[in-house]
Ligand binder design. Structure first.
Ligand code: ISE
Length: 338
């Protein structure tokens, strides 16, 4: 393909608007040709960041106009399936923000539709796999330089969450990232999930009981704990410590200017995932666009990975609400997704 890849961005909320700016200003060989967003003011604001784009309120219209070569889905999770289905039927390559769909049953339906095509068309937006720190940690695991991986200790902290964020989203919207990245890091799948409730943060919204501690066991025996905390007030932190036989690997510490003044030592920390993972989002979308232009269609986690994560989320939600150690059973990866 010599022309720019024409991308339709569906959903112009926080992530969609950020991706529209990214594609316009930082991604080579791609441009936003269509914006699908029912909220008129959001659509108008997003269109300003994508010169030459058309705005629509429903996915069917740009599909009918053949206004795009590829689709980036950044709507809330419950609207993924209604966009995935017609986009797959049109044979378009898709980058879909997490989660694939709301549950494993509807994810399976998407897998069935995708398998009617000649190869995977859906890449999942698990951006942590494109973060340099995570990539280096994975290389350390694979190299064996520090011996075998024994434990993973993860911190996932948000300053606050929007009103639409409800209790189960601790798992389905937040820990969903660890459910993807940890098996990728450790080279082993999740076999069980347990959730412990800590003393409740009185600053958390009424409807939330958190922070929580999520404990996962991997097939290779590695134990993983995740502090999931969405009311820390002061900033956004995603950090991991990996415990090996002969050493420790640590990622996600604040970087940049260190200041000593007025009796304090300070380093600026992130306030949102938008800045913490900006480089990872850039790399993810650039590699996806390059893969689509080469005709390979995806270069990252696929819909099967999204399905495995949906299974872990179901176990996680059960563990959150009912307690106990909940097993995660996953079928064999089909050759289509090898
Ligand atoms: C949000 O939707 C994300 O995907 C962020 O990466 C995560 O840290 C946050 O907890 C979610 O709400």
């Amino acid at each position: 393909m010599t022309e720019d890849l024409r991308v339709a961005v569906v959903g112009a909320g926080v992530m969609g608007a950020d991706h529209i700016k990214r594609i316009t200003h930082r991604i080579a060989g791609a441009r936003v040709s269509a914006i699908v967003e029912p909220d008129a003011s959001r659509a108008a604001a997003a269109a300003e960041d994508a010169p030459g784009s058309m705005t629509y309120t429903r996915i069917d219209d740009p599909l009918e106009d053949a206004a795009m070569d590829a689709v980036l889905i950044a709507t809330p999770g419950q609207f993924h399936a209604p966009v995935l289905k017609p986009a797959l039927a049109a044979g378009l390559p898709i980058l879909c923000e997490k989660p694939l769909t709301q549950d494993s049953e509807s994810s399976l339906e998407i897998l069935r539709l995708e398998q009617q095509l000649d190869r995977p068309h859906i890449q999942l937006g698990f951006m942590r796999r494109f973060d340099k720190d995570y990539q280096q940690l994975r290389e350390l695991v694979v190299s064996g330089e520090s011996g075998e991986l024994l434990m993973v200790r993860a911190l996932h902290r948000n300053p606050s969450v929007p009103e639409s964020y409800v209790q189960n989203m601790l798992i389905t919207d937040s820990v969903v990232h660890e459910f993807d990245v940890v098996p990728w890091l450790a080279g082993s799948r999740i076999v069980s999930v347990e959730v412990k409730h800590s003393r409740r943060n009185s600053l958390a919204p009424e409807r939330l009981r958190e922070p929580i501690l999520v404990i996962m066991e991997l097939e290779n025996g590695v134990l993983v704990d995740v502090e999931m905390n969405v009311s820390v007030q002061f900033g956004y932190q995603v950090a991991t410590e990996a415990v090996f036989e002969k050493g420790i690997g640590r990622i996600g510490q604040p970087t940049g200017l260190q200041r000593w003044d007025e009796g304090f030592f300070r380093v600026k920390d992130h306030e949102s995932f938008v800045t913490r993972f900006a480089d990872a989002y850039d790399a993810q979308i650039q590699r996806w666009a390059d893969a689509v232009r080469r005709g390979e269609l995806i270069d990252g986690p696929n819909a099967w990975d999204g399905y495995l994560v949906a299974l872990s989320c179901e176990a996680g939600v059960r563990a959150l609400n009912e307690g106990g150690v909940v097993p995660v059973e996953a079928p064999e990866r089909p050759a289509f997704y090898a």
